[in-house]
Every structure is written in C-alpha cells, then in structure tokens.
Design a protein around this ligand. Structure first.
Ligand code: PMP
Length: 403
C-alpha cells in the first residue's frame, strides 16, 4: 500500500500531448500545427542569430558568475523591458511611475502579478476573453482569484470579434474586477481590437473602475513592429490607468525554455513603489526565491546595444513576415481547391495563430487521417506551415471539410 494511492491521474495538457503524438508519429508527411513556437521555412525551430552571437560572447566572458540574482531579478533587464513596452519617450517612465521585475516568462508574470493583486489589493474577480490561452484560468485561480468570469470575444458566425458582447460584459463587471487583455496577437483567435475599439474598452473600464492586466506574449509578432504592437498598453498608460503587464520573451527572442519575462507595473504615485517592490519580493521569495540569469542576460545585452537591437528587430520582421506569407499561401491553396467557405479570416487574423473555424470533428480527421496535428478548437500555428507542406495541409483541410 502507498500513501500516494490517493493521487488520481490528471487530465493531459492538450498542446503538449499533441506534441508527443506528433513526435511519435512516423509518417513522413506529418505536420505540427499545435504548439505556439516559431518554425523556419524548413520546419525547424530557429535559434535567433543575435541570441547565438550573444551566447558565444557570454560563454567567453569569465567575469560572469553563477551567484544568485536579486529576488526581483536583473534590474537592467527590467528597465529595458519597461521601455520596450511603454516606449523610450514614455512620460510615465520619466515621471518615475513605472518599474519592472524579472519573472519566469509570461506565465510567471501572470502568476506573480495575480498573486500580488489578490493578496494586497484583495481583488478576487477576474475576467478573461472567451476563448483565451487555456492557462489563464488556472494561473489566476491558483493565485487566489476565486471568481473567474469570461467576457465575450469571438463570434463564430462572423469569425470576427464580438465587440458588442465584450463591451456589454465589461459594463456588467463589478468594480475592481481584473480584466485580462491580450496586448496584441490574441491567442487563439488572431483578432485584436482596432484602435477605436480599444478606446471604447478603455472608456468602459475607466467608468466601471476595472483593472487592466495586460498579457504581452507576442510583442513584434502582430505587425512585425514592436511599437505598433504595444499601442494598446501605451494608450491605456496615456489615459492614466494604473496597470500591470506580463511580458514574455519566449516567442520574440525564441527563448522558450529559458523562462525570460518581465512584469511591468504602472502606478500613479511613485512614492508607493518601494512598498510594492518589497511585497512583490515576498511573493517571489515564497514561490521560487529568485529567477535564473542566463536568458535575462542575453535579452538585456541585446536590448542595451543599438546594433544588436536593430539586428533583433530584423529577426522579428523576418519571422512575422514569414507567418504572413504562409497565411496568404494557405488561403490561396484553399481557394484554388474550391474548398467551401470563405477563407479571408486566415489572412485577416494576425500573430502566430489562425482560428480556422474547423470543427473538432474535422480537426480529429486531420490528426487521424492526415497526420496534421492541431488543437481541437481549430487553432493552428501558422509557422508550422512552409512552402513544402502548405499544399498538403490545404488538401487535407479540403478533405476534412468536404468528406
Ligand atoms: N500568454 C499567452 C497569451 C500565451 O500564448 C503564452 C504562451 N503560449 C503565454 C502567456 C505564456 O508563455 P510563456 O510562459 O512561455 O512566456
């Protein structure tokens, strides 16, 4: 007998289970459209050349030690991250109303930010978009939020944003609800509010006294431009909102497994920052004590050097334009095949993902019959497409839809 006999098998994590099925599949035509990671035009993961260059420099640097970082991480990394988010000319920064802390990638930023808001501001209600990244719910509930709610976001009929529904749900949210907003490149739908819609969202949130928690996991991937992709966050800051934002460098630096992230905070009164930092220190201390250094050093060294920064910006442009080309290619193939339905949404959507509108049965068919792996919501990672497999994928989608 064992005391552990009480432990029941938990459900699998869909996206990682899908990865395993893909890896184990021996079919030569297999395609992975599941996990949200960049793939180059030959289907391979890509280490950004600027990252490789920096890692070589760091490997040769004998002054780098493996001593603990401070609990809140590398300050230079956080300052650079805050400026990347808010813009170097941000008046919130020059007025001393901002700070950042290094966290364990985007997930860690959400987790620390949420626990801090729950413990110290006593917030208990949070709203996330329907649908959203599947982990938002769990992260907030584990952080102490007891009232999970959704706001409408996707209209399956129009394959576009359900903006009226979203606004109505926000209008009905109780004061001090935390509203989780995707800063850009909404996962999984690939649809962001327009500037006019963001302005309306800000109006309602101000009026209803709601708290914005931005999730910025794809800065640079929506438009290819870091500044355009930060528009919504910068607009909220200009409007005078206090807010937090979890930033991930997993995608835009290709540093998935290094867990490099920043939690940016904007507060109206700079005098409050020392107390806030001290309490964030205790949240981190009780969770993982301090963050790892390697990835944050890579990012900080690149962001701090004008030449390397420009090189990195070119990498982002390259990645995002490859995604856009593959959107065009997939749509063109489907049109060529005469696949029933309108496929404009594939090119209108932005970021890594397309919410195809395929039913879960059609997705199952793609996996079972065609060795094409995708989430049962119909979300596909566009980077899984390349010139050698896009026609195969389109034919398989055609088959799944018309069979
Ligand atoms: N938020 C969103 C919307 C995401 O898509 C992801 C990654 N899939 C994350 C946060 C967190 O990613 P990470 O912890 O790897 O930075």
């Amino acid at each position: 007998s064992s005391r552990f006999a009480v432990v029941e098998q938990g459900p699998p994590i869909e996206v990682f289970q899908l990865n395993k099925l893909f890896t184990d599949d021996t079919n030569k035509n297999k395609v992975n459209l599941g996990v949200g990671a960049y793939r180059d035009e030959t289907g391979k993961p890509w280490v950004l050349p600027v990252v490789q260059k920096m890692e070589k420099l760091m490997a040769a640097d004998e002054t780098l030690l493996h001593e603990y970082l401070p609990v809140l991480g590398l300050e230079q990394f956080s300052n650079l991250s805050v400026s990347m988010l808010l813009g170097e000319d941000s008046s919130a920064i020059s007025e001393g109303k901002t700070f950042g802390i290094q966290v364990l990638s985007g997930t860690g930023g959400l987790r620390i930010g949420a626990e801090f808001l729950n413990k110290h501001l006593k917030y208990t209600t949070f709203y996330y978009s329907n649908p959203t990244w599947e982990n938002h719910h769990l992260v907030f509930v584990n952080s102490g939020f007891t009232q999970p709610r959704v706001y409408r976001y996707w209209n399956p009929k129009t394959r576009a944003i359900d903006f009226d529904g979203m606004i109505e749900d926000l209008k009905n949210a109780p004061e001090n609800s935390v509203i989780l907003l995707h800063a850009c490149a909404h996962n999984p739908t690939g649809i962001d509010p327009t500037h006019e819609q963001w302005i309306k969202i800000a109006d309602v949130m101000e009026e209803r006294k709601l708290f914005p928690f931005f999730d910025s996991a794809y800065q640079g991937f929506a438009s290819g431009d870091l500044d355009s992709d930060a528009w919504a966050v910068r607009y909220f800051v200009k409007r005078g909102f206090e807010l937090v934002c979890a930033q991930s460098y997993a995608k835009n630096f290709g540093l998935y497994n290094e867990r490099v992230g920043n939690l940016s905070v904007v507060v109206n009164d700079p005098k409050l920052i020392p107390a806030m930092k001290s309490q964030l220190t205790w949240v981190v201390r009780g969770m993982y004590s301090n963050p790892p250094a390697h990835g944050a050093r890579v990012v900080a060294n690149v962001l701090a050097d004008k030449k390397l920064f420009d090189e990195w910006r070119d990498h982002i442009k390259m990645m995002s334009s490859r995604v856009m080309q593959m959107r065009d290619a997939l749509r063109a193939e489907l049109i060529k095949l005469g696949t029933p339905g309108n496929w404009d949404h594939i090119v209108k959507q932005i970021g890594l993902f397309s919410y195809t509108g395929l039913t879960s049965k059609q997705c199952e068919h793609l996996i079972q019959e065609h060795h094409i792996y995708l989430l049962k919501s119909g979300r596909i990672n566009i980077c899984g497409l390349n010139p050698s497999n896009v026609e195969y994928v389109a034919r398989a989608m055609h088959d799944a839809i018309t069979k």
